[in-house]
Design a protein around this ligand. Structure first.
Ligand code: F6P
Length: 352
């Protein structure tokens, strides 16, 4: 039975639709029980995505679902890269970085026709519900499918921790630990040469990675896009005060959303006379074996996702709230915002 509510002849403007909300337990009454589910990873990969896939597959099979894996994210869905996946297919994946289903950033899902085409592909394979592991962009693709009748569940997977509905996203801990280890090494050489090391970390428009690795590595300055800074007061003055108090090397963490470490290092050197070197940590922050935190969170979120499917509670995003795993309506999740506060940055500055 097809769940798609529209076809090409009556496809409305998707931005005017809302996915059905299942906050009221009665909303699930009368829903056709699901039998076949599919899982995909989308957007930037994140350590722990494999653990999340494994969790969905094993837990889904244990619940009696037939489970399908879609390769290359929404792009693969569009092209019908869909195959059954069994419990042995996910052996030896828990500890691996990246995503063995592979991922892509897909533009095809930004048009109503693209969304309908994806929904039809799920229909062809008789898939009743889709689990999407990714960030906000991927959740928008999932939400659009939900708006035309496909039940979806989102599991937050991104190193950026920039999904407002959840306090934690899969991959965040591993990437911060990777960055921290790299910065500890940069500190050794900055100290030997009495330099300023300006390190650019990932995070897109969010500064969560920067804030925490800055605290963990004892950085003099942490620049994040959420909190405006004054270069002379917050960077130059801090470094000069440090020098006056006997410091010989400096660590400045720049979130990529603030600007280029190369430009900032040049400005620091010109303004302070302290030799400054930029380092862009780049994609190494996305690789590596997931930490315990990422493996366990991914696994618990996968169980919650399958629980939603078992109970016909669709169109949910799995979240961590006050240390507990829960789920929220996908439309509400995408309307939420979160930000780093001035106080958090100021408190980090008090450790200098
Ligand atoms: O969203 C994860 C992330 O690594 C961001 O921190 C970064 O801005 C972006 O992806 C890089 O994307 P790409 O791998 O497509 O260059």
């Amino acid at each position: 039975m097809s769940r798609i509510l529209y076809d090409e002849s009556n496809l409305p403007d998707l931005s005017k639709l809302k996915a059905k909300c299942y906050d009221d337990p009665k909303a699930a009454e009368g829903e056709e029980p699901i039998k076949r589910i599919a899982v995909l990873t989308s957007g930037g990969d994140a350590p722990g995505m494999n653990a999340a896939i494994r969790g969905v597959v094993r837990c889904g099979l244990n619940a009696g679902f037939e489970v399908f894996g879609i390769t290359r994210g929404f792009h693969g869905l569009w092209k019908g890269e869909i195959s059954p996946i069994n419990r042995r297919d996910v052996s030896e994946k828990l500890q691996r970085g990246g995503t063995f289903l592979m991922t892509a950033r897909s533009k095809s899902f930004t048009t109503p026709e693209g969304v309908l085409k994806g929904a039809k592909m799920l229909d062809v394979y008789g898939i009743d519900a889709l689990v999407v592991i990714g960030g906000d962009g991927s959740f928008k693709g999932a939400r659009d499918l939900a708006r035309i009748g496909i039940p979806v569940i989102g599991i937050p997977g991104t190193i950026d921790n920039d999904i407002a509905s959840t306090e934690y996203t899969i991959g965040y801990d591993t990437s911060m630990n990777t960055a921290m280890e790299a910065i500890d090494k940069l500190r050794d050489t900055a100290s030997s040469h009495e330099r300023c090391s300006v390190i650019e970390v990932m995070g897109r428009k969010a500064g969560y990675i920067a804030l925490n690795v800055g605290i963990a590595t004892g950085a003099e300055c942490i620049l994040v896009p959420e909190v405006p800074y004054d270069f002379d007061r917050d960077v130059v003055r801090t470094i000069l005060d440090g020098r006056n108090s006997g410091k010989h090397h400096y660590i400045v963490i720049v979130a990529e959303g603030v600007g280029s470490a190369t430009d900032i290092a040049a400005k620091i050197e010109a303004a302070t006379g302290v030799e400054s070197r930029p380092t862009i940590l780049g994609h190494l922050q996305r690789g590596g074996s997931p930490t315990l935190r990422d493996r366990t969170t991914a696994s618990r979120m996968a169980v919650q996702a399958v629980d939603c499917l078992i109970n016909n509670r669709f169109n949910r995003v799995i979240v961590e709230k006050a240390g507990k795993i829960a789920d929220v309506d996908i439309e509400e999740a995408l309307a939420m915002t979160k930000s780093i506060s001035v106080e958090e940055i100021n408190n980090a500055g008090r450790l200098f």
